[in-house]
Design a protein around this ligand. Structure first.
Ligand SMILES: [Zn+2]
Length: 168
């Protein structure tokens, strides 16, 4: 029985993943509708409801721009496709400051990339130009999708069409 539900904004953009209980409250209060159910039904004394897998809010939630969301290790890894941004390895992944902290770099989406331990050590406190190591992709704030999926190893199949639709 799925205990987590994908929540879409009223614009159909993915918003977050919430516990089943929270989704049921939204549905019971008529603040959301079910787009995909998990096939089963929930019965209680007062109601009978399909078990939700994906719900859509009846109201709009304003989402802060990506650059204002907190930098997290998981989201950086997801954004970078779980690959070292210097050599492409997917082993012993760490986070690297492109401009090292000791050289005035900041812990921002634009300055932190996925790096394998070996590349991280090799780069050390050098600037990219000094050592000829630049990230494959220019670091940027992650999309809403990348933030959402960063905590999940396998997404329910019923969620995937809705994640693919997002344009954030
Ligand atoms: Zn590497």
């Amino acid at each position: 029985m799925p205990r987590r539900v994908l929540v879409l904004n009223n614009t159909y953009e993915p918003l977050n993943i919430c516990p089943l209980k929270r989704a049921l409250v939204l549905l019971i209060k008529n603040k959301a509708e079910i787009l995909e159910s998990a096939g089963l039904k929930i019965h209680s004394e007062k109601l009978s409801l399909p078990l939700p897998a994906v719900i859509r809010l009846h109201y709009h939630v304003r989402v802060p721009p990506g650059e204002r969301r907190k930098v997290s290790r998981r989201a950086i890894l997801a954004r970078d496709g779980f690959r070292c941004q210097y050599c492409g390895s997917n082993r012993q992944l760490t986070l690297d400051h492109v401009i090292p902290l000791s050289r005035g770099g900041a812990s921002t989406w634009e300055n932190v990339v996925t790096s394998c331990a070996a590349c991280n050590v090799r780069k050390g406190a050098s600037l990219p130009s000094e050592i000829g190591m630049a990230p494959h992709q220019r670091p940027r704030p992650p999309s809403m999708i990348e933030l959402l999926v960063s905590g999940w190893s396998d997404l329910p199949a019923s969620w995937q069409p809705y994640l693919g639709l997002a344009t954030v």
